[in-house]
Design a protein around this ligand. Structure first.
Ligand SMILES: N[C@@H](Cc1c[nH]cn1)C(=O)NCC(=O)O
Length: 432
């Protein structure tokens, strides 16, 4: 008997777990994205420079260039539940410190604590979903989970509208709300730990829950299949194009190069996440029902360079590119994570996801720095809209390389070395 098999009671428990995981990630992503909406207050009220504000986000991803892999190894050694509890607690402490800090070093320390937990929490939540959901439901479960993550991000983006009362008090009140949501995330994880203990007692009555060893991780790393490296490349390149543009540069670009007001630039930018809330679960359902995961990934990844190309060389409405990005950002995350899970041995899943996130964070940091440099070198700004062409060319190239990785993966998976990624969920049980 595996931990994920069972009857109606087990199925009900799985959906409870998905609900708790989704709550945990929504609260966590809200806090992750909580700095941008208070940036203006920090600039005007505290007179902090762009650099100082930028560091509040950089310290979240910077430690994960190393920490996410250690976190992944820890998940394989200690199990998902312990790591979930530890990382959700770290994020909560980080959230509280960030909100407490009217002193800059306290805020930086808070964001650092939050960052130390954030990526490993995400990896552990994905590992938990992989443990409990069968192959024919996993894409839908992971896609629904990411849909709720986007709800968290969108609520944070739009908080100056729906929680404007808090913003009248300054920047700390909105950050206390973010801290409270990391508390909700911790509570959700505690409730999961309780459910998990009961389920494991049934699945492993002797209490001998199998965990991987460091040796397993090392052997596993050496044995990762070529398909895993293709999907890893897609993940890193796709994220390095999407997140820096959306989270850092898009608003300024839409204002300076497309002449939009700040409100319209914010609206168009949030469309990408809002679309993903609704479309992502549909994509997961399609992947579970019909398979064709590699084709879906190649199609989704191909829309991203197309969106940048349209922005760069046509005068078409930017809404067209935003829609293409929204569809791409719905398809790729819905399919890429459940596909990654299928490509690696469960004993080294944490390590594999840790490695993906380490390289992704390195890519995100590098892309942010490079785009900043390119924009400065090309003199991008309201007086020089074509100065953004370098950034668009860079993002187009990075996302095109992501598409190439997806195309190579598609081609490999069609041959004798495939892992059943093209098959519907139920038909690929035996391929895992
Ligand atoms: N490694 C994360 C990056 C992230 C973005 N927001 C919070 N963390 C990641 O890949 N997330 C997957 C995703 O699609 O959000």
């Amino acid at each position: 008997m595996t931990a994920s098999s069972g009857g109606t009671a087990a199925a009900a428990r799985r959906w409870w777990m998905l609900m708790l995981f989704s709550l945990a990630i929504a609260g966590n992503y809200y806090a992750y994205d909580s700095i941008a909406p208070v940036a203006d207050l920090l600039r005007r009220w505290a007179c902090w420079s762009q650099d100082r504000i930028g560091l509040l986000n950089a310290v979240v991803s910077l430690p994960n260039i190393v920490v996410a892999l250690a976190g992944g190894l820890l998940i394989d050694r200690q199990g998902v539940t312990r790591v979930l509890l530890g990382t959700a607690a770290l994020c909560f402490i980080g959230g509280v410190l960030t909100a407490m800090g009217s002193a800059y070093p306290v805020m930086v320390a808070g964001r650092l604590f939050f960052g130390l937990g954030q990526e490993t929490l995400l990896i552990a939540l994905l590992g938990g979903l992989a443990r409990w959901f069968p192959a024919d439901q996993m894409a839908f479960a992971m896609a629904s989970f990411f849909s709720l993550a986007r709800v968290g991000s969108s609520l944070a983006d739009l908080s100056p509208v729906w929680a404007h009362g808090l913003y009248a008090w300054g920047w700390q009140a909105p950050l206390w709300l973010a801290a409270a949501l990391t508390g909700v995330s911790l509570l959700a994880v505690c409730a999961y730990a309780w459910l998990d203990r009961r389920a494991m007692a049934v699945a492993y009555p002797g209490g001998n829950v199998p965990h991987g060893t460091v040796r397993d991780a090392w052997v596993g790393l050496k044995e990762f299949d070529l398909s895993f490296w293709y999907i890893l490349a897609l993940n890193v390149l796709f994220a390095s194009a999407v997140f820096p543009f959306r989270s850092t540069f898009a608003i300024a670009y839409f204002q300076d190069a497309r002449g939009l007001t700040l409100a319209d630039a914010g609206r168009i930018n949030s469309l990408v996440f809002l679309a993903a809330i609704f479309v992502t679960p549909l994509c997961g359902m399609v992947a579970d029902r019909f398979g064709h995961r590699t084709l879906l990934m190649a199609f989704g990844a191909g829309l991203m360079p197309l969106a940048f190309l349209i922005l760069g060389i046509t005068g078409w409405s930017p809404w067209i590119s935003a829609v293409l990005m929204g569809v791409s950002f719905s398809i790729v995350p819905a399919v890429i994570w459940p596909s990654t899970v299928r490509l690696v041995d469960r004993r080294v899943l944490g390590t594999a996801l840790g490695l993906v996130n380490v390289l992704q964070n390195a890519g995100l940091t590098l892309a942010n720095l490079l785009i900043g440099r390119i924009n400065t070198a090309w003199g991008a700004g309201p007086d020089n809209p074509s100065g953004y062409d370098g950034m668009l060319a860079f993002l187009g190239l990075v996302s095109f390389l992501g598409f190439l990785s997806a195309a190579l993966l598609w081609q490999r998976e069609r041959g004798p070395n495939g892992h059943g990624l093209a098959l519907p969920g139920a038909a690929s049980h035996g391929q895992e």
